[in-house]
Design a protein around this ligand. Sequence first.
Ligand code: COA
Length: 214
Amino acid sequence: MSTSLPVPPPAVQGPGERRNFVRTTLDLGDVLLRPWGREAAELEVLLDGLVAAAADPLIARWNPFRAADRSEAVAALEHREAIWDSGDAALFAVLDATGDALLGNVTLRWVDRADGLAMIGYWMLPAARGRGLATRGTGAVTGWAFATADARRIEIAHAAGNEASCRVADRCGYLPEGTLRASHRYGDGVYHDEHLHARLATDPEPDSVPGQRA
Ligand SMILES: CC(C)(COP(=O)(O)OP(=O)(O)OC[C@H]1O[C@@H](n2cnc3c(N)ncnc32)[C@H](O)[C@@H]1OP(=O)(O)O)[C@@H](O)C(=O)NCCC(=O)NCCS
């Protein structure tokens, strides 16, 4: 009869244990994705960029937030920082590599953290549009979330008429899954139908997301 103690089973990582967003700068060469925060070297650029973004009609329609002036921009920045601290979302400012200009934003938030289900969203300032930056930024944050935060499924929902957002989703490998009827009230006060796209961690990489890094 053996006197050896039973061997414990190997430690299994429980669901959600790796699902932490760790503040990281994603360096795409000509573009940096930096966590929004008050400590940023580019603080003035971030504040002025937030004011400009909040005033843009398309952002006000599809991604509304308040930042009518510098003091409201400070509050918006502090709000983003608090959300990072809570662990509920990872919010990146998209900056020119020189740090001289805010270009846009990419946000990834948990819908159900224990289940690895997240949602991603983005906006670009008007002068930065049409250069592939939303595609590159969204691709980079997607790869980062799969590689470092154990995301299982990431969704994009955009208003049915928002063709540019639909193209970003397609280009980043988020497959179309159907139409959600009157599912979200946008900045115009209207409930819009939305197209749902999603990418699974097990999906193949899309062919064409330049600058993507895990
Ligand atoms: C949607 C948005 C983020 C796209 O940013 P962008 O950096 O210009 O996007 P990209 O340059 O990466 O372009 C991605 C694709 O969209 C296409 N596209 C860009 N603007 C478009 C438009 N107005 N209509 C149709 N397609 C458009 C591009 O041609 C490209 O397609 P391709 O790869 O087949 O050539 C930007 O237009 C924006 O900030 N809009 C306002 C806010 C918003 O709609 N946010 C999304 C809410 S879900």
